[in-house]
Design a protein around this ligand. Structure first.
Ligand SMILES: Cc1cc2nc3c(=O)[nH]c(=O)nc-3n(C[C@H](O)[C@H](O)[C@H](O)COP(=O)(O)OP(=O)(O)OC[C@H]3O[C@@H](n4cnc5c(N)ncnc54)[C@H](O)[C@@H]3O)c2cc1C
Length: 623
């Protein structure tokens, strides 16, 4: 029986069978891990997600967070759940043990986070974000700052936030106006207002450590003049005890479309001229520090989307098996036609298979991106390290934008499967749909991700990392040619790869020939094509593994040549049902989605500039 949050069998398939993460355990960094340990980790994560976190989802949405007497209050049920979640050490589990973590491989950790996120992402983010802010202090803080702040954030004794956005500085973070004035003791007086700050204030922990981007008085305008500061809600004395409040005030809990379970705040710093911050890292290194964290934060945004898509899909499968509606269509009249479970209707099957293949695809893409960080960490040779780090840089914007965009579509399709009930709040789908959307916007909008891909990542190191990735895809195409059932699909994947390679060449040419506006104009569709290609590749790789496993099972059962019997076997054996499902996901995706790559590439290649050339007047709004 599934947990209605995430298909753990698919998670394990990716980790154990497709990405073979057991090979990581040969490295000293992860030598304490083994398959048995991983199984235990999954069991515990599932229990935490189902028993502790999921029960907070409705309350988070309905009660939300409220501001009263200068303090934000979370729903009551959060307190016990948060305590259990932090005591188990989940949010910082992938940090190094010396830095307060458990040294867990990032890819395993993110698989667990998919479970927590699917149970209730808005709740889980309180601790994920605190761990993210602690990472900044780990990487750039002094030993004193680590002792003073980081360990308490890792254990979630204290919360943590990242405060960048201001009313006039969203995507253009360099436009921010929060200032930092030098004080005689080397600290800074911080003054400004930040908006849209996730878990900006709450009563879950007695202190919150804000990491704040601000400009030291006299420093240049733009991103080059930004520095990062540690600004506690309550000042921390030298002996670690809590001191005076630090003039950081929540002015408002934002009213939002969804994600109510996470209090998004307007925060004022230094309204009374008494907010003290400590410099983190060097002066004017704020943007570098922020970018040091950005890959990890964007991976979390991908997970945010993925985990909502995951829950929405699992619920849809259950609903489609239970909801009885309409008899099957038949050419001949049937006496007393009986209504059937809706999973038997072809359109529902099409939608579910579409959802399944994209969901498995974005899960594989997200885990692969997380795996790149582990591979970077264990690589001994500089060249190898640079390769995995380069792949991480290339995949991150695609993983963030593609996964969150497809997740929205999956949640929307889940609502279609549920019919009118999906629109009602007694079912979880409408909340998944509302809560998922913000993943497309925060941590850099998906438009900004597309720009990042085309402008910076696509050509990094003269396109070396793109070539490496395309090489991986070529390897999978080659192996598919040896598997009878996949030969034709391998050719579709090959065609799509060729089209994409030619398009990438053309994008490069436009950039070099100073026609750079075209690649920027088409950055989003380019990213989507790239995402589809990567998903096609990863699904094909999965199908190759699944077919090999199935062949062994069929031989043992003596049904190698009997297709009907093979399908029958799936009713008795869950492993057969699972592997057949993996093959179907790949075949469906490669024959229905990948062929569209050709026409989409062709339309970008035409380089039509109407969107650019159009006068702003012609867009209208007064007509
Ligand atoms: C619920 C929620 C939680 C958040 N949490 C945090 C948080 O914890 N900390 C924090 O600091 N911030 C947070 N944010 C802020 C979030 O990161 C910003 O909203 C986001 O970066 C976009 O900025 P903006 O809203 O000002 O939109 P704008 O920057 O005004 O963008 C509007 C549109 O213009 C496009 N655009 C802008 N510039 C360009 C460009 N150069 N090229 C192409 N397109 C462009 C964007 O892609 C977008 O489509 C949160 C926001 C929300 C809604």
């Amino acid at each position: 029986m599934g947990n209605l949050l995430v298909n753990i069998r698919d998670q394990k398939f990716l980790l154990y069978e497709q990405f073979n993460i057991e090979s990581l355990f040969k490295e000293s960094k992860f030598e304490e891990y083994s398959k048995e340990v991983m199984d235990n980790v999954f069991n515990e994560a599932e229990k935490m997600a189902v028993r502790v976190i999921a029960p907070t989802r409705k309350a988070g949405d309905k009660e939300g967070c409220t501001l009263k007497d200068g303090q934000v209050f979370v729903p009551d049920c959060y307190h016990d759940a948060s305590k259990k979640f932090s005591e188990a050490g989940w949010s910082s589990a992938c940090a190094d043990p010396e830095a307060g973590g458990q040294g867990m491989p990032n890819v395993l950790h993110k698989a667990c986070c998919e479970l927590f996120g699917s149970a209730h992402y808005a709740f889980s983010l309180y601790q994920f974000a605190s761990s993210g802010a602690a990472n900044l202090i780990e990487n750039y803080g002094t030993e004193t700052q680590k002792v003073k702040y980081m360990y308490n954030m890792r254990s979630y004794k204290w919360g943590g936030t990242q405060c960048m956005t201001e009313s006039n500085a969203g995507s253009d973070v360099g436009a921010l106006s929060t200032t930092a004035k030098r004080l005689p003791d080397g600290k800074f007086s911080i003054s400004g207002t930040k908006i849209f700050i996730s878990e900006g204030d709450h009563n879950l922990t007695p202190n919150i450590i804000h990491t704040v981007l601000a400009r030291i008085e006299g420093d240049p305008q733009g991103t080059k003049g930004l520095s990062m500061f540690i600004v506690p809600k309550i000042r921390v004395n030298e002996d670690g005890s809590l001191g005076e409040p630090n003039d950081v005030k929540p002015l408002k809990v934002e009213e939002k479309m969804g994600f109510h379970g996470n209090g998004t705040c307007i925060l004022s710093f230094g309204e009374e001229g008494n907010c003290i911050g400590e410099l983190l890292g060097e002066e004017r290194a704020g943007i570098k520090i922020m970018f040091g964290l950005i890959n990890e934060q964007r991976l979390y945004s991908a997970l945010h989307g993925l985990s909502h898509a995951s829950g929405a899909y699992e619920q849809s499968v259950k609903y489609a098996k239970e909801r009885i509606q309409s008899a099957l269509v038949s050419k001949k009249p049937i006496p007393n036609p009986k209504p059937v479970p809706i999973i038997q209707h072809p359109d529902v099957r099409y939608t579910l298979t579409w959802m399944k293949s994209y969901l498995e695809g974005i899960r594989a893409l997200t885990y692969l991106t997380a795996l790149c960080t582990d591979m970077t960490a264990v690589s001994k040779q500089e060249k190898e390290r640079a390769k995995w780090n380069g792949l991480l840089d290339l995949l991150t914007p695609v993983c963030k934008a593609f996964s969150s965009d497809r997740a929205m579509e999956i949640c929307s399709a889940a609502m279609d499967i549920h019919g009118g009930y999906g629109y009602m709040s007694e079912y979880p789908i409408e909340q998944y749909l509302r809560d998922a959307k913000i993943a497309c916007i925060y941590e850099g909008t998906n438009g900004i991700q597309a720009f990042d891909l085309v402008w910076r990542k696509m050509d990094r190191n003269e396109g070396e990392y793109m070539r490496i990735l395309l090489g991986f895809i070529e390897d999978t195409i080659k192996t598919s040619k040896n598997i009878e059932k996949l030969k034709a699909f391998g050719s579709y994947l090959q065609d799509a790869t060729l089209e994409f390679t030619q398009l990438t060449e053309q994008m490069r040419k436009w950039k070099n020939e100073n026609d750079y506006i075209i690649p920027i104009l088409y950055a989003k569709p380019y990213l989507t094509i790239f995402g589809d290609l990567i998903v096609g590749w990863l699904l094909m790789q999965a199908a190759e593994i699944a077919i090999n496993k199935l062949n062994v099972i069929y031989a043992e059962a003596g049904v190698e040549k009997a297709e009907m019997k093979q399908m029958e076997l799936a009713k008795e054996r869950t492993d057969v049902a699972f592997y057949q499902g993996k093959v179907a996901s790949a075949m469906f995706f490669i024959s229905n989605v990948l062929p569209t790559v050709k026409t989409r590439c062709e339309s970008i290649m035409r380089g039509d500039k109407s969107a650019i050339n159009l006068n702003e007047e012609s867009f209208g709004y007064w007509f």
